[in-house]
Design a binder for this molecule. Structure first.
Ligand code: PEP
Ligand code: MG
Length: 583
């Protein structure tokens, strides 16, 4: 086995040593080959075993459903089980294997294409859509055939081994990535993706080393190969020799020690040397993330991305389901602020993964607040759930992707209606609930003065602000090298926003990835930022930088940087600044 290394863009630091676990969209990968006549019986047995395993898995899933699980979920699993037992899936492929002497995956795929074509001919829209169920069941079986399946019971047994498994994929949608929160992989690497793509953000939230934009990792790495992932350097070493391995084992220990050392400042207030308090908040994607937020000593939740509650399903979560999720977070944070963002769907975050995106420029399309205003019932339901949850904690509502005041007026009207409806029903909510807006479109930053007056607080979404200001798709690795938070135009928009908020006495925070990047901590504080919201994993390292800084000095240095209009001059200055501070 030859050793080789690959370079990509590191999106989450740390060192992992483990074995490759290749994942993919199984259906896309089915290959066709013929088999010897003598191997037919064995191939049929392989197929039958796969069907049997998937059946067991589904039965187990059904039996383990919690009592409060939505009825649709049990029905959904039931439908899949019924399809699996149907002769068209469990027997017809056997005939194909025999007749064509082909591999089981291919036989099953052929049969699936046939069934899907029959569904396509059905006029009834509901029935026609059932073809998705067929495809999902077939995908489960194919994954088993390809050896990428783990039985639910095996998953538990192997949880320990998973720790040392490195997930290798060509690309992963945010909807898929959110599912990895329930696994314990040691690292995460992909061929494509930008630093602030939602997939990268999720990888970072798992607090494991992650690298994107490796170009050909999925093709060059084989399942089970030993690898080293250095997230900070963006380097992957496959089949390392013993010397390299022990060098990285040492580095890994040092990194873990440094992380442990950081725990000492968990309860320390985030104050600069000259006594300026900085509020360090957590970004969360699912309600259970409050545990890591609290473990990192977060002062609250600065951004709860609710869209993940709406993903990987075909129905919308109803008011009750949303209320339960929001209330859980509000209660868990025990009086600390919890800023919940309304549905930010669109672009790379699709509601239903089966849906085909037809918009030419989805990032410029019906996203976030635009989508919600076009579906007022969806907005109304979410507002009702948020308002009800506000009775159980300190909830703030945050609106994503505002670009003009008219959107804000319509949003306020809908929020008002939801409040009136609850008042009429006698349902309690926090009458003083605060409404904030994300500044993530250049138009909003330029109009920050007006938005500051019309809102209770602002939160700068630097991930999108950079994307839209520099015209660089945040998920496209081909232009990832141009995606730079230090671009003077980006810094000027951030500065405009901070100044406008301060002028009107409104709180302003950064909740994009810039907030958790220690290279930028001094600059942001120097620019006047006093609230930073980031993944819990970054809170302590950002705090350690704050504890060593003097706000008055930072303000002077930030002024110098903001006076520059050339990125090539800004970057060395930032590096020198950080270097001096650390020495
Ligand atoms: C942002 O754009 O900076 C942001 C925080 O929102 P998201 O990353 O979810 O688009
Ligand atoms: Mg955004």
């Amino acid at each position: 086995m030859s050793s080789f290394s690959m370079h990509g863009v590191g999106v989450s630091s740390g060192i992992a040593i483990g074995h490759a676990h290749l994942i993919s969209h199984a259906l896309l990968e089915v290959v066709h080959f013929t088999i010897e006549a003598s191997a037919v019986a064995q191939e049929i047995a392989r197929f039958q075993r796969a069907i049997h395993l998937v059946k067991l898995d589904l039965e187990q899933l059904k039996a383990q459903l919690p009592a409060n699980a939505p009825a649709e979920l049990a029905a959904f699993i039931g439908t899949h089980l019924a399809m699996l037992c149907d002769k068209s899936l469990s027997e017809a492929p056997i005939a194909i294997i025999e007749a064509e002497r082909c591999n089981a995956e291919w036989a099953l795929k052929q049969q699936m294409d046939d069934i899907v074509a029959q569904f396509d001919a059905i006029e009834d829209v509901y029935l026609r859509e059932r073809k998705q169920d067929v495809m999902q069941v077939v995908e489960r079986v194919i994954k088993v055939l390809l050896g990428r399946h783990q039985h639910t019971a095996e998953k538990k047994q192997h949880a320990k081994q998973e720790r040392a498994m490195i997930l290798v994929a060509h690309d992963i949608s945010p909807a898929d990535a959110i599912q990895f929160k329930h696994h314990q992989f040691a690292a995460f690497i992909t061929d494509v993706g930008g630093v602030t793509s939602h997939t990268a953000i999720l990888a970072r939230s798992l607090n494991i080393p992650s690298i994107v934009a490796l170009q050909r990792a999925r093709g060059l790495i084989s399942d089970g190969e030993l690898m080293i992932v250095d997230g900070a350097q963006g380097v992957v070493i496959v089949n390392p020799g013993p010397e390299v391995l022990s060098e990285y084992q040492l580095k890994q220990n040092q990194w873990q020690l440094a992380q442990q050392k950081l725990q000492r400042i968990k309860a320390t207030k985030a104050l600069t040397v000259d006594g300026v308090a900085i509020e360090l908040l957590a970004n969360i994607e699912v309600p259970e993330d409050v545990l890591s937020a609290k473990a990192a000593g977060a002062a609250g939740v600065g951004l709860y991305r609710t869209e993940f509650l709406f993903m990987n399903r075909r129905d919308m979560p109803d008011e009750e389901e949303q209320f339960e999720a929001y209330r859980y977070v509000a209660e868990a944070m025990k009086g600390m602020p919890v800023t919940i963002r309304t549905l930010d769907i669109g672009a790379d975050k699709q509601l239903n993964p089966d849906e085909v995106v037809t918009a030419t420029n989805p990032a410029l399309g019906l996203r976030a607040v635009r989508y919600c205003l076009s579906e007022p019932q969806v907005f109304h339901t979410q507002f009702r759930a948020l308002l009800r949850a506000s009775h159980y904690g300190r909830v703030n509502i945050l609106i994503p992707m505002l670009s003009n005041l008219n959107e804000l007026r319509q949003t306020k009207l809908l929020l008002q209606r939801a409040k009136e409806a609850l008042r009429k029903e006698g349902v309690p909510f926090d009458e003083g609930i605060r409404l904030g807006g994300m500044i993530e479109v250049p138009a909003a930053a330029i109009s920050a003065d007006a938005f500051s007056q019309a809102l209770d607080f602002l939160s700068i979404g630097t991930n999108d602000l950079i994307q839209y200001t520099l015209a660089i798709d945040r998920a496209d690795d081909a232009v990832a090298h141009l995606y730079n938070p230090l671009h003077p135009a980006v810094l000027k928009l951030i500065q405009l926003t901070i100044q406008a908020a301060h002028k009107h006495g409104k709180p302003v925070s950064v909740c994009g990835e810039m907030a958790g990047d220690t290279r930028l901590t001094r600059l942001l504080i120097g620019m006047g930022m006093r609230q930073l919201s980031m993944h819990p994993a970054h809170i302590l390292s950002v705090k350690s930088h704050i504890l060593q800084s003097e706000a008055a000095v930072l303000a002077k240095q930030a002024k110098k940087i903001l006076a520059l209009s050339d990125l090539d001059k800004i970057e060395p200055l930032i590096n020198r600044w950080n270097g001096q501070a650390m020495s």
